[in-house]
Design a protein around this ligand. Structure first.
Ligand SMILES: Cc1ncc(C[n+]2csc(CCOP(=O)(O)OP(=O)(O)O)c2C)c(N)n1
Ligand SMILES: [Mg+2]
Length: 393
């Protein structure tokens, strides 16, 4: 979904496709992503491979409403296809991709299929009968496609030699993988963090330099990065028209338009769009209104932003900045006053920054946005009015 945000901002006509199983439909992240895609009319296809089971549980026991009903609930178009029919599946994707590319907004596709194997190697599969598995084997998409090819005029020999060539390619790839040495333990830290650009320490400002407030430092740093790099954009709750709940971003939406965007109250989608857009090469600056709300989107930080560069062997870009604030007092309750930075600082792959002066805030926020790593930038709201000399960075 985040990749389609990147495409929408770049206006490059790109299409994003999210593949997921029937089990994922019960996840909050699915609902937040579909809702945001509908609100922003993103160019994304949500492609559900419904194979009837989520691990051991039959789909029929997991969902009170069909995916079609759920799509209607979000105002999103829904298309069903026989996922065991190769030609129907390909032509559905072609048709849907054209429609989405033409700007009609997101579509949910449900491809019905089956998995013959268990959920994992050695799964005893007590949750279904052999008769059921055998019945589905008659609908094997490869055998069906072979019949379709023969009906279209290909000879049985041509189809058999195609199947043999594919089988050989797969066997060779499997064998090549088996022959590879175990990874060296010294590579364990590779791609956990990327080298970051070094900025020379700026000279100390003159004693009589004019002072500015911490909140002005944040505004100026965001403004400078938005102006100097069109990969930078801002998303969060009430950051655009409202200019952020503390007024830190007033005027940025007027200057930068769609690159400063209001989201629904949907922190998993906010972090998720940041992760996806960063993977697509953007430099998102997403706002978590209060650090306390990290609980509702922790997976996106812990398992996605922090892990994907490592998990993809350095392929996934992750120049993501998460801005948030903390502090106690001023009538804030205990769900709006916590210092949770230590939780985040224990996660390999995340960088956590807490500036304490206006000059540090300006320099570190600009450096965070330019950093190729995911950075959580935590401001102390009790210091927003603090005055100090400017930085020269
Ligand atoms: C957040 C989370 N909860 C639970 C699991 C364990 N788990 C892995 S796959 C899976 C089933 C997912 O269902 P589906 O997407 O339909 O995949 P299928 O079983 O068909 O392969 C579960 C429960 C997980 N990986 N992540
Ligand atoms: Mg499934």
């Amino acid at each position: 979904m985040g990749a389609s945000v990147a495409s929408q901002i770049r206006a490059d006509g790109g299409l994003a496709v999210a593949f997921f199983g029937d089990g994922a439909i019960a996840q909050g992240a699915f609902h937040e992503a579909v809702n945001l895609a509908a609100v922003w009319q993103l160019g994304v296809v949500f492609w559900c491979e419904n194979n009837g089971y989520a691990e051991f549980s039959a789909a029929a026991t997991q969902h009170a409403a069909t995916l079609e009903c759920r799509a209607a609930g979000y105002g999103v178009d829904y298309v069903a296809v026989d996922g065991n029919d190769v030609i129907a599946t390909a032509s559905t994707m072609q048709r849907v991709a054209e429609a989405v590319r033409s700007g009609q907004g997101p579509v949910i596709v449900e491809a019905s299929t089956y998995r013959w194997h268990g959920h994992y190697e050695g799964d005893p599969q007590r949750y279904r009968s052999q008769d059921e598995v055998d019945a589905w084997k008659d609908r094997d998409p490869i055998a069906r496609h072979a019949r379709q090819l023969e009906a279209a005029g290909f000879s049985a020999e041509e189809v058999a030699s195609l199947e043999a060539a594919v089988a050989q390619e797969l066997d060779q790839a499997g064998e090549a993988a088996r022959l590879l040495a175990q990874p060296d333990t010294t590579t364990l830290g590779n791609f956990v963090t990327r080298p970051r650009p070094l900025f020379p320490e700026p000279p100390l400002p003159a004693l009589d330099a004019p002072t500015f407030r911490m909140m002005d430092a944040i505004h100026s740093a965001l403004e400078m990065e938005l102006a100097s790099d069109n990969r930078v954009f801002i998303a969060g709750i009430d950051v655009a028209a409202g200019g952020n709940v503390f007024g830190l971003m007033r005027g940025l939406h007027d200057t930068f338009g769609d690159r400063v965007r209001d989201t629904p109250i949907s922190e998993t989608a906010i972090m998720g769009l940041g992760v996806g857009a960063a993977m697509a090469g953007m430099r998102p600056v997403v706002e978590l209104m209060y650090l306390d709300f990290v609980g509702v989107c922790f997976d996106q930080l812990l398992n996605q932003a922090a892990k994907l560069p490592f998990m993809t062997g350095g392929t996934a870009q992750m120049s993501l900045t998460v801005r948030t604030q903390f502090g106690a007092g001023r009538s804030s309750g205990s769900q709006h006053s916590q210092s949770l930075e230590a939780l985040l600082a224990h996660i390999p792959g995340l960088s956590v920054v807490m500036p304490s002066t206006p000059a540090d805030t300006y320099g570190l926020l600009r450096a965070a946005i330019q950093d190729p790593n995911p950075v959580v930038f935590i401001e102390n709201r009790l210091l927003y009015g603090m005055k100090g000399p400017p930085a020269t960075f």
